[in-house]
Design a protein around this ligand. Structure first.
Ligand code: NAD
Length: 506
């Protein structure tokens, strides 16, 4: 099997029209810190560079927030909170709806920035714009329907009013792998609930968030409601802002290790926390599965975002009676992928985010092979520029291999076999993580039975992509706390208040 490589450092004529606009879109992307709706330089004039992982070249230089800047952002958020909480929900809803429309109008710019700073192919970046944009539309609808309740106490002595109030100023911290969707999935419900916020994007991919923040300003977000502090000093940002007694909540998406640090930090001021953390998702293929469907699902669940997704199928668990057919068909699909620059037509797999990530994937593969795994497709890094790794399919992988026990975060698919349903469930649950899982069987009763027994917050039944703004997204076990999206999402940003009123009949 061979993989076709497109030229990575491209000098050929531009294949996609957007490529002509790289300089212009980069020039229009704000480079400063957003505080009180003004883009400003860092207090010490400090900056950091953003690199394109496809070429290794610097594409932009941004202000890097200092402690003083973080305090200014927190002052802005705290100062705007009261008026924002009193702003009618219809006004908040309409700002989100306008932002949704602007995201559609500027979708090519956003997708271009994502491909440039993160590496995902342009078509996938457009997919993220669609998905990420939906949080703005969904929460514009949720903003005006945050119902409470009014009920008599059982004893008849009280009328009980239960309502939701904005929790207060929030710190939102996002990862690099979905630079738009991870921001909108937090900003939209916070805006809908009436919270003000400080957003800290990942320093590897801040440009999309900077551009999105300008969209929120253009959509009419009042000064101080959304502040953005890009910075390379991530722990300084969280320590400074989380020490401020006016902060009420931290919402974090990223690795479990950093999530645990933030949870510890949150104890001092008893902050509300939402934690969307790492995963080690199983994809189970039963002997009664439609194998073509399972292969399509595995391709989507494994290869989306080059495998750099918390929802990625990390372990492919396949019934021993169908493993040969499954592996042969998956190998054919994986071999047909095209690795290269995501701005070239036909490219389906971009680079890893940085050299460190590519090297870590290489170590995962070496470890598996050293323990006896067989390489069916790929298996090697692609020499630079850029941080590419071949789509890789491994079979006969020992269960103690690191690819089975740890989050791979790359385009490597390890296959292991099981004998029966009991063993499949046991293998699936044999991890401290509990985010996304996938099950392929044409027996729906069996599928639902697995749903009952599997310790994961999300499960796809005969489908490899299940993320949707209307669904509650989140993990069990060490994959996190809380839910983003769905009817649940807004309540991560509200606090429940009960007012007991003397009954007129008492
Ligand atoms: P990361 O934990 O390294 O970084 C995430 C964010 O935290 C970034 O903004 C980073 O700058 C910041 N950060 C890093 N160290 C910090 C510290 N000490 N204090 C405060 N902030 C700090 O994760 P990443 O590499 O950006 O993202 C990959 C991880 O995110 C994977 O584990 C993946 O599974 C997870 N993820 C989870 C979800 C989900 O919804 N559950 C979604 C996407 C990614």
């Amino acid at each position: 099997m061979s993989i076709r490589y497109m030229s990575i450092k491209d000098t050929a004529p531009v294949a996609l029209a957007v490529k002509d606009r790289v300089e212009e879109v980069l020039a229009r992307t704000p480079k400063g810190l957003l505080i009180n709706n003004e883009w400003r330089d860092a207090s010490d004039g400090g900056t950091f560079d953003v690199e394109n992982p496809t070429t290794g070249e610097t594409i932009a230089t941004l202000a890097s927030a200092t402690e003083e800047d973080c305090r200014a952002a927190m002052d802005a958020a705290a100062g705007a909170q009261d008026a924002w909480a009193r702003t009618p929900s219809r006004t908040r809803s309409e700002i989100l709806r306008r932002a949704f429309d602007l995201v559609q109008e500027r979708k090519d710019d956003l997708a271009l920035l994502m491909t440039l700073e993160m590496g995902k192919p342009f078509a996938e970046a457009l997919g993220e714009v669609r998905y990420g944009g939906e949080f703005l539309r969904w929460f514009s609808e949720e903003a005006v329907r945050d119902y409470g309740r009014y009920v008599d106490s059982p004893e008849g002595n009280l009328r009980m009013l239960v309502s939701h109030k904005p929790v207060g100023p929030c710190l939102l911290i996002t990862p690099w792998n979905f630079p738009l969707a991870m921001a909108t999935r937090k900003v939209a419900p916070a805006v809908a609930a009436g919270c003000t916020m400080v957003l800290k994007p990942a320093h590897l991919t801040p440009l999309t968030s900077q551009y999105f923040a300008q969209i929120m300003v253009d959509a009419g977000i009042p000064a101080g409601v959304l502040n953005v502090v890009s910075s390379t000093a991530a722990s300084m940002v969280s320590e400074t802002i989380m020490a401020d007694p006016r902060l009420r909540k931290v919402s974090f998406t990223g690795s479990t290790a950093v999530g645990k640090l933030l949870m510890k930090l949150a104890t001092d001021n008893v902050l509300r926390t939402s934690m969307e953390l790492g995963g080690n998702g199983p994809l189970i293929v039963f002997e009664d599965a439609d194998i073509d469907k399972a292969v399509a699902g595995a391709m989507a669940a494994k290869m989306r975002n080059m495998g750099e997704a918390c929802t990625a199928a990390n372990r492919l668990l396949v019934h021993e009676s169908v493993v040969d057919e499954f592996v042969a068909k998956l190998a054919e699909k994986m071999s047909a992928l095209t690795v290269g620059n995501g701005l070239e037509e036909g490219v389906t797999v971009g680079p890893m985010i940085e050299a460190k990530a590519r090297d870590s994937i290489e170590r995962f593969v070496t470890d598996a092979v050293d323990r006896g795994a067989e390489i069916v497709v790929g298996g090697k890094r692609v020499e630079g520029p850029g941080y590419f790794f071949e789509p890789t399919l491994l079979r006969n992988v020992p269960r103690d291999a690191r690819v089975i026990r740890e989050e791979i975060f790359g385009p490597v698919a390890p296959v292991i076999t099981f004998k029966d349903e009991e063993e499949a469930v046991e293998l699936a649950n044999a991890t401290e993580y509990g985010l996304a899982s996938y099950v392929f069987t044409e027996n729906i009763s069996r599928g639902l039975r697995i749903g009952d027994r599997i310790e994961f917050g999300l499960m796809g039944l005969n489908v490899g992509v299940i993320s949707n703004a209307a669904a509650p997204f989140g993990g069990a076990k060490q994959s996190g706390l809380g839910r983003e999206g769905g009817a649940e999402g807004i309540h991560e940003y509200t606090t429940t208040q009960y007012i007991g009123v003397e009954s007129p009949w008492a």
